[in-house]
Design a protein around this ligand. Structure first.
Ligand code: CP
Length: 340
C-alpha cells in the first residue's frame, strides 16, 4: 500500500511543512522560486503584501530561538497575517495543560497555522496529525530530527550565490550527530542534485545513519574541504549531548574550527555559511565569520522570503502554485524576475 505523505494534500500541494525528506525536487524548487518572488519586499517602503490577510498564525516556540522565531513573525506580518507569539514559559502549560489541549484552545480562536519549535523529535508531525483540517503546521525545528525552513533558506542562499546546484561540492562541518539542520540540508542538497555532499566531523559526532544518505564522511579538514564550493559550519549542540564527545573545546577548535588557513583548502570562491547562533573561537574564527566569503547574514535575510513562501504555499493550498507566485509578483519590481 502506498504511504500517504501528510505534508501534501490530495493535489500534491504543500499542506504542512514538516521535513524536507519526502518532498521532491519540483516542490523544493517551487519553494525557492516563490521565495525569490518575495525577496524584494524587504527593501520596499511598504513591506507588505495582502496574501494572508485575515489569516491567524500562532508561533509556538518550546525551545529558545532568535532568528527562526523573529523571521517567522516578520514573514507572517509581511504577508498581512495576524500573529500570536505564545510565550510558553508564561502559558498555562506551566499549570499542567497538555500540548493537545493548548492546540484545541488555539483552534477555538480560529488559528489557521501553528509554527512549532520543540525539543522532541517528531513533535511537529504529532501536532500535524491532530490539528483540524483547515490548519497547517510548520516545523521550526524538532529535536535532532529536522529544521526544514532553515535548510530551504540555506538552499536559497546557495542558489543566490552559485546560480544553481549542479556541479557543486558542499561540505557540512561540525556536530552532525545532534544537528537537525544537517539532516534537512543533506536531504535538500541531494534532492536538488548537487554533485557531492561531504560531512566533516570527529568520529564521535557522525551518526551511523548518515552513510545511508549518500554523503562522503571525512574526519580531517584538509581532505574534506579540498575543492569544495560551499562550507557550512555548525555549532556544537552542547544542550543535546548526553556524554563526553570531545576532549575539549580548545582541541575541537584546533582540529575543526574554520580559520582563514583551513578555508584556503576550499575553492577560492567558496562561500561560508552557518545557520547561527555562531560560537566564535569554537567552530569558526571571527576573521572568517565576518570575512569576504561569509554569507551568514544573507542567510538570515533570506529566511524571511523563504518563510513567506512556505506560509503562503501551505495556507494558499486551494490556490495553484502559479496564483501564489502571481500575487507575490505584484508586490515588487524585482519579483519573479530571477525565478527559474
Ligand atoms: N538557525 C536557527 O535556528 O537559529 P535560532 O535558534 O536563533 O532560531
Amino acid at each position: 500500500m502506498r504511504r500517504t505523505n501528510i505534508q501534501l494534500d490530495k493535489n500534491n500541494n504543500l499542506r504542512h511543512f514538516l521535513s524536507v525528506e519526502g518532498l521532491n525536487r519540483q516542490i523544493l524548487t517551487d519553494i525557492l522560486d516563490t521565495a525569490e518572488s518575495f525577496s524584494s519586499i524587504g527593501s520596499q517602503q511598504v513591506k507588505k503584501v495582502p496574501l494572508l490577510r485575515g489569516k491567524t498564525i500562532a508561533n509556538l516556540f518550546f525551545e529558545a530561538s532568535t532568528r527562526t522565531r523573529t523571521t517567522f513573525e516578520l514573514a507572517a506580518k509581511r504577508l498581512s497575517a495576524d500573529v500570536l507569539n505564545i510565550s510558553i514559559s508564561t502559558s498555562a502549560t506551566v499549570k499542567g495543560e497538555s500540548l493537545l489541549d493548548m492546540l484545541r484552545n488555539l483552534e477555538s480562536m480560529h488559528c489557521d497555522m501553528f509554527v512549532v519549535r520543540h525539543g522532541e523529535s517528531g513533535a511537529a508531525h504529532f501536532i500535524a496529525t491532530h490539528v483540524a483540517p483547515h490548519v497547517s503546521v510548520i516545523n521550526a525545528g524538532d529535536g535532532c530530527h529536522a529544521h526544514p525552513t532553515q535548510a530551504m533558506l540555506d538552499m536559497f542562499t546557495i542558489r543566490q550565490h552559485k546560480g544553481g546546484f549542479a556541479d557543486l561540492r558542499v561540505a557540512i562541518v561540525g556536530d552532525i550527530k545532534h544537528s537537525r539542520v544537517a539532516r534537512s540540508q543533506i536531504h535538500a542538497l541531494t534532492t536538488l542534485g548537487v554533485t557531492e555532499v561531504r560531512v566533516i566531523a570527529p568520529k564521535t559526532l557522525v551518526p551511523r545513519e548518515v552513510q545511508s544518505l549518500g554523503v562522503h564522511v571525512f574526519h580531517d579538514m584538509e581532505q574534506g574541504l579540498r575543492d569544495v564550493d560551499v562550507v557550512i559550519m555548525l555549532r556544537l549542540q552542547n544542550e543535546r549531548m548526553k556524554g563526553a564527545y570531545l576532549p575539549s573545546a580548545h582541541e575541537y577548535y584546533q582540529l575543526y574550527g574554520l580559520t582563514t588557513e583551513k578555508l584556503g583548502y576550499a575553492k577560492p570562491d567558496a562561500i561560508v555559511m552557518h545557520p547561527g547562533p555562531i560560537n566564535r573561537g569554537v567552530e569558526i574564527d571571527s576573521l572568517v565569520a565576518d570575512g569576504p566569503q561569509s554569507v551568514i547574514l544573507d542567510q538570515v535575510t533570506n529566511g524571511i522570503a523563504v518563510r513567506m513562501a512556505v506560509m503562503s504555499m501551505t495556507l494558499g493550498r486551494s490556490a495553484t502554485q502559479g496564483s501564489v507566485k502571481r500575487e507575490a509578483t505584484k508586490a515588487g519590481p524585482k519579483a519573479g524576475k530571477e525565478a527559474q
